[in-house]
Write a protein that binds this ligand. Sequence first.
Ligand SMILES: Cc1cc2nc3c(=O)[nH]c(=O)nc-3n(C[C@H](O)[C@H](O)[C@H](O)COP(=O)(O)OP(=O)(O)OC[C@H]3O[C@@H](n4cnc5c(N)ncnc54)[C@H](O)[C@@H]3O)c2cc1C
Ligand code: FES
Ligand code: FES
Length: 1337
Amino acid sequence: MAEGTRCDYLTFFVNGKKVIERIVDPETTLLSYLRGKLRLTGTKYGCGGGGCGACTVMVSRYQTQTKRITHFPANACLLPVCQLQGAAVTTVEGIGSTKTRLHPVQERIAKAHGSQCGFCTPGMVMSMYALLRNQPQPTLDDITEALAGNLCRCTGYRPIVDGCKTFCENSNCCQLNGKECCLMNGAKPVENGENDFPELFNKADLLPLDPTQELIFPPELIMMAETQVPTTQTFCGERMTWVSPVSLDEVLDLKSAHPQAPILMGNTNVGPDIKFKGVVHPVIISPTRVPELFEVTRTPQGVSIGAGSSLAAVRAELESLVKELPEEHAELYRALLLQLGSLAGPQIRSVATLGGNVVSAYPNSDLNPVLAAGNCRVLAVSKGGRREIPINRDFFVGFGKTALKPDEIVLSVFIPVSKKGEFVRAFRQAPRKENALATVNAAMRVVFSEGSSMVHEISIFHGGVGPSTVYASKTCKQITGKPWSEETLNAAYPVLLEEMCLPPSAPGGKVDFRRAVSLSFLFKFFLQMQQKLHIMGVAQQGLPENMRSGTEPLPSQLQPSYQEFQGVPVGQDSRDPVGRPLMHRSALSQATGEAMYCDDLPKTEGELFLVIVTSTKAHAKILNIDTTEALKVPGVVDVITAKDIPGKKFRTFTGITEELLAVNEVTCVGQMICAVAGDTKSYAKRGAAAVKITYEELPERVFTVEEAIQKQSFFQPQREIWRGDVSEGFRKAEHIHEGEIRLGGQEHFYMETQSMLVVPVGEEKELNVYLSTQHPAYAQESIAETLDIPSNRVSCHVKRIGGAFGGKVTKTCILASITAVAALKTERAVRLVLERGEDMLITGARHPVLGRYKVGYMNDGQIIAADIMYYTNAGNTADESLLVIEKILLHLDNAYSIPNLRGRSTACKTNLPSNTAFRGFGVPQSMLVTENMMNDVALRLGRAAEEIRDINMYKEVSLTHYKQMFDPLNLRRCWQECMEKSSYQSRRKDIDQFNQLNRWKKRGISVIPIKYGVGFAEGFLNQAAALVHIYKDGSVLVSHGGAEMGQGIHTKMQQVASRELQIPSNLIHISETSTNTVPNTCPSAASFGTDANGMAVKDACEILYNRLEPIRKKNPKGSWQAWISEAFLLKISLSATGYYRGPDCDMDWEKQEGAPYAYFTYGACCSEVEVDCLTGDYRTIRTDIVVDIGRSINPSVDIGQIEGAFVQGLGLYTMEELKFSPSGVLYTRGPGQYKIPAICDMPLKFNVYLLAGTQNPSAIYSSKGIGEPTLFLGSSVFFAIKDAVVAARRDAGMTGLFEFHSPATPERTCMACATHFARMVPESTASSVQPWAIESP
Ligand SMILES: Cc1cc2nc3c(=O)[nH]c(=O)nc-3n(C[C@H](O)[C@H](O)[C@H](O)COP(=O)(O)OP(=O)(O)OC[C@H]3O[C@@H](n4cnc5c(N)ncnc54)[C@H](O)[C@@H]3O)c2cc1C
Ligand code: FES
Ligand code: FES
């Protein structure tokens, strides 16, 4: 752009208030504008790439042509603020507040317990709000579709859906409420309950939805649109000039002058490239106000849709055409609609454009194969003229490249109506059913000669099998002119396989799978057309009954779910909240966006932002760290290296040290080397990019467990435990079997990334540290040691955490220590908030495990000996790995009494980022191996796995393999109730029948028990303290050592204090967890937070209550406030500390015995799935969980933990995959590449039952810890898939054991089903070629 270009100002509205922005940097997104400039921090930053929905807002625009206002949800992280001219933005703060009036959406999601850590909640609220603005009475499908682009890592989605479905027209019918289900399940009035069927929330007293109360669209914007002639706008930033023209001619002039400038529409491709790939565009042309780009013209031949139309608008247009046109003419439109239904989420579809999708030419674009197969054309225009270009194989010329000339733009896309005898189908297989780019997709069009099954013409296009959309020309040639028959198709598959040729190193990996699924798609097309020809009377033979399953989609209709829990005992004071399903105490603030997370804290004067520079080599010597260029970057203030650390330069975990910042050597990609402090995040980022590190690569690199075993690369000590005599057991066993299973790692994917703010107080080296950690005392200790100052100078404050799951302990403390060094050195406040990609790269994950076992068993199914070896991939440092391998061994028996049992475990030292604690701490890995062993025995004996489990389960008071005594009564009860409540036996029969009748869909079922030890095996960690103040007005402030990370600990502590002080909960406040109120706390982990802190709070409250006794006795009818006033006058201290000295758990590894747990939580879970054998896709049809958690202090919180953990486990065992390059670089660094469960992964029916009539003398109010145990129950889905695969293999003529590792992704499932097509693909294990990713770390 010429110098001196005039810059315009921008006018838009946010929450009804006018915003005029005179200096707009085109690089600013709406999200950073809202959070930074307007201080509207309710809209959250989860990923920055449109993949998580945490930043969802509603955008409304007035359309002058139609005089209508449109509302749509959008990802604020991708929306350039420059595009907002004339728009009205509504954020979560704009729709309701706890201070004024809640919006019903906020209220209902909160009251239905749909908010745990709350970080996703504003996004959920806004997605639902946008839906309601367009559809005040949505259907259940509308709701699940509206929430498809929003991720939640805590809840498992069921309560969010339950809250939202109260807006459905028939929300009071039992179908939606699950009442029918409850009665169908034969639920009985609960023993001693005051309520026969207590419900988790009361639907009767919810605020009604009143559309007239909504914010109106600003009349001023309507006036502006109607009266002002739009003019070109230009915005100039430091690196980018943005031009928003208003006429087509102007666009073409600009494009001619700046052929390299992108035509920026939805910014869903350009935006992520700028953010993640560092692409800089000096000029951006954004023609979103050029009317010609949005024109839609219908003709008898088809429809021409303006390239600027959003995908949502395209969908609406096609839906309308499908309704209007005769069925036969709408073939292509229906195929496009199918793809549009699952393409991204609603936020993306609302802004991403048709032209953008076509021109982006993604290899796995969902639309391009259909447009190409459907003979569509683009109208390309430039200053030189216009031309129509067919979308065909010549149009896609390479990765992200089309046949457009640099100065051409796409004005519209012409989509023809289908002719008689022409049929189009589209197919898609993605790592997740919704909001995930396809792994492979395809579109196929066939034209039959009139009245016959002779193929006149066929076109087949695939996505995901090459650098661009691929035309299967040879296959088409092979089929053309032949009859549509099995014979024809059989001859075509090998040709297609050859055409779908991917080298073993192809980006994205999954090479064999992609090829197999391409064949499956053609087969599905064959089946669908065969059926069609039969219906048309052309083919005599229809599809055999059992083949139809190849044409049908997986079930997707959510069913009513049921949650059963005990009511409070008869006679419990109605004001006593213990045992009642109270809403999370911050749920309403979380739903209104008022809840403050670390990065929501206002910026302080002079505050700096810190960006970490990490290693790009897996193993190398650091030769030099050159910061010269970085320090020259404007806005960069300092670079922190290890030399700047005044105190301890390392952390020690389990006796092994880890450098805070690497000095001489790096041992993984992502290891922290230095940190750049800048005035802003973007300056610090630019500075970080300018740091030059010279390495000398070291030859020895170890990535996989196998390599570690070969090189004996282990952290010491290794662990071993046994009971009985394993050798003798094997000698006596009638059968011996050896097997193995692998389990991949798991990224925590807490929605709030690692965040901290260190503020120097300015005297005596005092620091206030605000951070998101599960272990504030450890952060304090780390910072003090790093800075070489006493701990009493460091106050760590944790208000709340946006999810943690074990990932916010060790690495958080290292990050906080580095940030504190920067703060001390610069004497300024320093903030560090990791980007999602940085977080995933640096902070490690759950340990991948290879489990190898030998099992000896008898003909009757009794297992008499087992020897299990666990290899964990610990990564480059020990972190907590040595504790993880211990916990693995402590749980290797799971629920089974195996008389001769030996376990060994080792932490492999590799050159991958160090793995760390993750919910379950090794137990989910340990027990998967055990359960797989059970499955193997069952398969070998030809019996149901559940029988083998039942036979071997602990049945009477027993000793574990480490000699801790326990009573498995409730384990057995959970197991039996689970079998009954799930109607296992009858469903097993139904499933067998289903599987006989369906060749291409198989169902599977499994029931998994769990016995989970609660508490820290390191007994000293089983302690807690609390500080309770009563103020003169009677209000109470409770502080305790537990950090609130969504698990509801503050809510439970409030309940405890309320009961003990006998005052209403609303008099009790919990502000934060801090080291200056309660010192020397233990981590909020091991499912022990409530047990320990609850007892401490109870203790403090009892002390205070007893102190008030004389006053209470004197004035028994007095009010609480009166007693407190009196106590103050009588000089009675109204502050008390409480302390809980927990159980002295211990484990002596020398003697191999101990009592490492306070008690056990038991449960059982039955899951049923349906698998599409042709693609490996699956759906969980039903899950029933029965858990013994004693007497629940808060059933809604506990059920929330159970459901959330289960779904996280479902992710672990069936979806989530970390992928590393052959040189150890983590590929999966965001929601785009790493898929956690979304709403589409919820079991269709999801029942939870808390075991009735149980007690637990070992914990507060007879409750039990539940944070971690049920994660393992997600493995029931894994084993159900495996069960379905067994059925598929049987049909394929294969019986017996087979390799099936976790996670059971569609890839693994499809290949294991061993269909004809999967078996046609020769294995791509050419040893000379490096695969795209490390196969199994
Ligand atoms: C989270 C996420 C999930 C996604 N999931 C899917 C999915 O499941 N399936 C799928 O197919 N896609 C998916 N996408 C991709 C998305 O559909 C495309 O990014 C989108 O369609 C591009 O349109 P846009 O308007 O945002 O393009 P922009 O980002 O604005 O522009 C992209 C490119 O297109 C060019 N361009 C745009 N319009 C024109 C025009 N009229 N003439 C000439 N050039 C033009 C620009 O110059 C630029 O190079 C996903 C994207 C995201 C961020
Ligand atoms: S932060 Fe915008 S989608 Fe994740
Ligand atoms: S409540 Fe959804 S991410 Fe925590």
